[in-house]
Design a protein around this ligand. Structure first.
Ligand SMILES: [Zn+2]
Ligand SMILES: [Zn+2]
Length: 252
């Protein structure tokens, strides 16, 4: 759309704050301050755990494939509305806000910030970047069944690409969906756990060295079942990778 077109739309349909209705931004600066950080917990038992790391007890189980799941926001009404808006419509300022918060939480996570070269210069050759970095970004692939979403729009991919753009961590499309599964959101929690069996395959065109840390991005997590299943799929071929989930919020 042309700049003029955007301006006209903004004139007739002004952007308003989803929380208080003030004109100007999707979430006004005042309402941004009401968003609360998610407590640091273990992704499996939900006990307090520094830097969102999987606790020692939960590391014992071979089924728990994640090193942790990083969650910037508690699931409040405001964040819920923000995520809904982001899911159905790609709004640049909204994406920027969410991505900036995700980057801040990476910067303040002592287990991760040393892996990221914050001054690295943008590289055009992705292969070179892959072999020069200890940390990579990947994301949960979407599936055709989600036809009510914008065609070709995967919100986890949008987050991943924007993080890559801002801090130059290379993206690898590690995972693929072999076929459409019933939309996860429509299933009950116990059905959801069953439905995930074997739902991802590894992209045959990607080769990892095998010791990288992978930031696996999803928009929202509930049981961590999707992230865990994705991590288990990666670990079948790369058992020494360290996989951390990164999500906007946790729906409980
Ligand atoms: Zn507001
Ligand atoms: Zn635990």
């Amino acid at each position: 759309m042309t700049n003029r077109g955007t301006k006209l739309i903004n004139f007739f349909f002004p952007t308003t704050c989803i929380n208080c209705g003030k004109t100007g931004e999707y979430l006004c600066s005042n309402c941004k301050t009401t968003l609360t950080p998610h407590p640091e917990i273990c992704p499996y038992c939900h006990k307090t755990s520094q830097f969102y790391q999987t606790c020692l007890d939960c590391r014992i189980s071979p089924y728990n494939a994640l090193e942790g799941v990083i969650i910037p926001f508690s699931y409040t009404d405001t964040i819920k509305q923000l995520i809904t808006k982001f899911k159905y419509k790609h709004q640049k300022d909204l994406v920027d806000f969410l991505v900036n918060r995700l980057i801040i939480i990476l910067q303040t996570n002592e287990k991760l910030n040393t892996l990221i070269n914050w001054s690295v210069i943008a590289r055009s050759d992705n292969d070179v970047a892959i072999h020069n970095n200890q940390i990579l970004i990947s994301y949960i692939p979407t599936h055709r069944y989600r036809k009510h979403f914008i065609k070709g729009y995967n919100q986890s991919q949008v987050l991943a690409e924007n993080i890559q753009e801002k801090i130059q961590i290379p993206i690898v499309e590690l995972l693929q969906k072999p076929q459409a599964s019933k939309a996860q959101a429509k299933l009950q929690r116990n059905q959801r756990l069953v439905n995930l069996q074997g739902k991802f395959i590894l992209n045959p065109n990607i080769q990892l060295q095998g010791h990288e840390t992978i930031l696996l991005i999803d928009d929202v997590t509930t049981t961590n079942a999707t992230l865990n299943e994705a991590a288990r799929t990666i670990k079948t071929q790369y058992p020494y990778t360290k996989i951390r989930g990164l999500v906007i919020a946790r729906h409980n």
